[in-house]
Design a protein around this ligand. Structure first.
Ligand SMILES: [Zn+2]
Length: 243
């Protein structure tokens, strides 16, 4: 998967046909120069290990409330809506499956402006998805990225079916199968092809592919971003995190 060479905001706007807006931006920084941060740090802390740990703690606490049915529905007031209408500082990014039973804001008991969410079937990546995840880091300074698979994932099942029966999935769904197939190979290599392990292998493969993004891998190396995996159990509501 190839990524655009020029990851600057100016380059992004120019490619988007917004040349005038790009021209109004300051010149790109020379290599090694640090951009002044104008955004409010997510989680109230500068991006770093402490901010990532605090973000994870908030997700775990929210998921515990969800499991027990003791929801607080935070950040859903009129005041919160007005606050985040003009600026956002989400404390975590979640890349999850599109499955209707795996909504991150619900299962982590979070509200408006709390989570930056990207969802595709089987959390399959393409350049638009990667660009969106990069935006969360470069523009919003989100310190934690969670890649979350789930129990009884239809995209994983479709891949297993296609491989088992040696048939092509209809339409563009074959692209999903292609992207998920390496997870099955990884699970086979680990000697555990139970469905749960294939889902977790797909999370690992996705996280591994994210290393191909220079922007994300550099943020990880500088400890401005932590990437972790999660497995969501439909039966219990438990989101289990793993490295
Ligand atoms: Zn799914």
């Amino acid at each position: 998967m190839t990524l655009p060479e020029n990851n600057s905001r100016r380059g992004f706007l120019q490619r988007a046909g917004l040349g005038l807006l790009a021209a109004a931006l300051p010149a790109p920084l020379a290599q090694g120069q640090t951009a002044p941060s104008t955004a409010k740090p997510a989680a109230g802390l500068p991006p770093g290990p402490a901010a990532a740990a605090e973000s994870l703690r908030k997700l775990q606490a929210g998921n515990l409330r969800f499991q027990k049915g003791k929801l607080q529905h935070p950040d859903e007031t009129l005041e919160r809506r007005r606050d985040v209408a003009v600026k956002q500082a989400p404390f975590a990014t979640v890349l999850a499956c599109s499955d209707s039973r795996e909504s991150p804001e619900l299962l982590f008991d979070q509200g408006l402006g709390d989570l930056f969410v990207v969802r595709t079937a089987g959390h399959v990546l393409d350049n638009a998805v990667i660009g969106t995840l990069e935006f969360a880091v470069a523009e919003l300074h989100v310190p934690l990225l969670v890649v979350m698979g789930h129990q009884r994932c239809g995209a994983i099942k479709a891949t297993l079916d296609a491989v088992t029966t040696a048939t092509l999935a209809p339409g563009q769904m074959e692209a999903l199968v292609d992207a998920i197939r390496p997870a099955l190979l990884l699970a086979q290599g680990e000697g555990d092809t139970r469905f749960t392990n294939v889902v977790k292998a797909n999370v690992k493969v996705t996280i591994d592919r994210l290393q191909n993004s220079k922007l994300l891998s550099e943020a990880v190396a500088k400890q401005q971003l932590r990437i972790i995996g999660a497995y969501y159990q439909l039966d219990t509501g438990v989101a289990e995190f793993f490295a």
